[in-house]
Design a binder for this molecule. Sequence first.
Ligand SMILES: Cc1ncc(COP(=O)(O)O)c(C=O)c1O
Length: 381
Amino acid sequence: MIEVANRLHTVEEYYFSRKLREVNQMIASGKPVINLGIGSPDMQPPQKVVEAISGSLQDANAHKYQSYQGMPELREAMASFYREHFSVSLNPSSEILPLMGSKEGIMHISMAYLNEGDEVLIPNPGYPTYQSVTRLVGAEPVFYELDAANNWLPNIDELEKLDLSKVKLMWVNYPHMPTGAQPSEIAFRGLVDFAKRHNILIVNDNPYSFVLNDNPMSILTVEGAEDVCLELNSLSKTFNMAGWRVGMVLGNSTLISNILKVKSNMDSGMFYGIQKGAIEALKCSKMWYVTLNSVYKRRRDLIWKLADALNCTYDKEATGMFVWAKLPSHLKSEEFIDTILKNNNIFITPGTIFGTQGEGYIRFSLCATAEDIEECIARVK
Ligand SMILES: Cc1ncc(COP(=O)(O)O)c(C=O)c1O
């Protein structure tokens, strides 16, 4: 038996990879399972995006290696997108790096900035990848707790009480997944000041800004953020392009060039047609966002009804592609979702996969049709 590397003992198979195997076995055995678990957009990307990739296939350069930094037109489209939607000005030649999804950016940033033994502030509840990547690179997660009472925003006074001497990096993710909490200007300002006081790199992972959110915000709008902050963004949710794997990291040219040093040693550019499609997506007019959100709004209204039928409570001000719902106080998340999966053939995500602060919560995805959600309501009633 060939021994695996030690780092592999620090992580487990991703929850969805494991749980979806179970769900798929149920489906194969004839159970009509409806998946309200995973956040994989089920709608189509903009038509012009699909046309751009298919129209690009005969281009002379289509099948060659592409630039490590992405095509200049792609970086320009990303810069225009940030200018238009967030009022942030970035130099497309040095302050933007296209990625194959923001998830890979989490690894690249960690490889560029973390040494073994460095500590990393990670939200609880939060996206599990921050923790697993931190462990894979030999650094130590230090969880900071978010709670409903503070609208799931970091409590800087509590953070100040920690021994921060080994902390190098802090992950923040607003609008927040899984809770849908919005950032505030004051919260972003507080984070930037905190990062400056302690010489910590803050990365705001921002893939949900355009889903059921009237006020997209970037941490890079805060004065001085460019010294200590990076932002990740993604086309996965905004343009229904999760499988395309297009994201971006944005920040000052020194921070970005260090990430490029890692990335250019790991891949050899993004497929040309994908870049062509991404450029078209980033140019979408307001109409795209209005249409996308009208579908999600209808679905969210139905999920709220489903949550009511399950005696859950939720915040109607929350944003994003999920509904984060609190179970009646005596119920445990994983037991609850297993019961619903067994009895009603509905798969919902337990809050605990996002950390201990997710106990007592479940997360519904809006990536299911209205008909499927209506069917779920009928099943639980
Ligand atoms: C908070 C958060 N960050 C990043 C990602 C990864 O997105 P991408 O498809 O851009 O890699 C996800 C996907 O579910 C997410 O929920």
